[in-house]
Design a protein around this ligand. Sequence first.
Ligand SMILES: NC(=O)c1ccc[n+]([C@@H]2O[C@H](COP(=O)([O-])OP(=O)(O)OC[C@H]3O[C@@H](n4cnc5c(N)ncnc54)[C@H](O)[C@@H]3O)[C@@H](O)[C@H]2O)c1
Length: 309
Amino acid sequence: MNILVTGGAGFIGSHLTDELILTGHHVTIVDNLSTGTMKNVNDQAEFHNIDILDKEKLAAVFDQGHFDIVFHEAAQTMVPYSMDHPVEDAELNIMGLLNVLENCRRYHIKKVIFSSSAAVYGDNQKVPIKESEPLKPMSFYGLTKITAERYLQLYYENFNLPYVVLRYSNVYGERQGSHGEGGVVFVFSKALAQGKDLTIYGDGEQSRDFIYVKDISQANIAAMSENVPCGIYNISTKIETTINALKEILVYFAGTAVQTTYEDARTGDIFRSALDNSNAIEVLKWHPKTKLMPGLMATYAYFQEEESH
Ligand SMILES: NC(=O)c1ccc[n+]([C@@H]2O[C@H](COP(=O)([O-])OP(=O)(O)OC[C@H]3O[C@@H](n4cnc5c(N)ncnc54)[C@H](O)[C@@H]3O)[C@@H](O)[C@H]2O)c1
């Protein structure tokens, strides 16, 4: 199939592109390289250095591409940035999405698959959180993700543009940066690879649901199927891992003795977090295959290798 991946030079988009190309699809990428890099771009993909806010250039890509499916990964992904820059966050995460959706509508795309986030739930202690739980975002980032989901639903109801929303938990893996929601894995891995001490905010007993990026790619691929109805699916492991446990595992892989300093918890940080993935398992016929240990080992090895260059 002909596929467009927006944000295909980024962490998740580049892994997804690799997997799509491996399975025989033709992939076009639109990315302005603001957080992504050419190093991540698969050389068999067609690459366009374009801002999704640039209506004319984006329309020209759709005009030539004859796309069947669009994966929308390009976004402002940083929660703290959204609090300092709500306008820029909304411009990219809402107006950017609308530019993509208008083209999807005009060019009769068969399905658009959107990356949403656990940030839509806010601090809900009914862990693991189901999709039906109330949405109470604590950040503008979470709010723009909910708004984007609602746009997708209305585009479907009004223009018959099929969609799937995937709400990811904390994604980690090779190529990740410090900014995303699984950023702590990057921060600890980098520090350990450089033999630097670690800082934990709070007592370290706060938990997150860490999911390996290749399982995210597989969930996106599962969502392409015609058998998957339009809807919203949590993509997660359903398992809570504390920050202290994560640290212990990474320190073990690094084999280095470093100091850990505990500082005051950051305001706005959620204490417990895990998403219920039962719907995705049942409907997408997908499940997370990578256990935390092998996933973290591959990720740490990647950052260690990067450091050695
Ligand atoms: N990483 C996580 O843990 C996580 C969790 C939940 C949801 N998500 C969502 O998944 C998606 C991908 O996130 P990621 O972690 O790969 O982030 P990323 O920053 O690595 O990738 C985003 C990509 O979009 C590109 N981009 C940004 N602004 C653009 C613009 N105006 N025009 C064109 N391209 C632009 C960037 O250059 C980058 O390559 C995002 O929508 C994010 O909100 C990520």
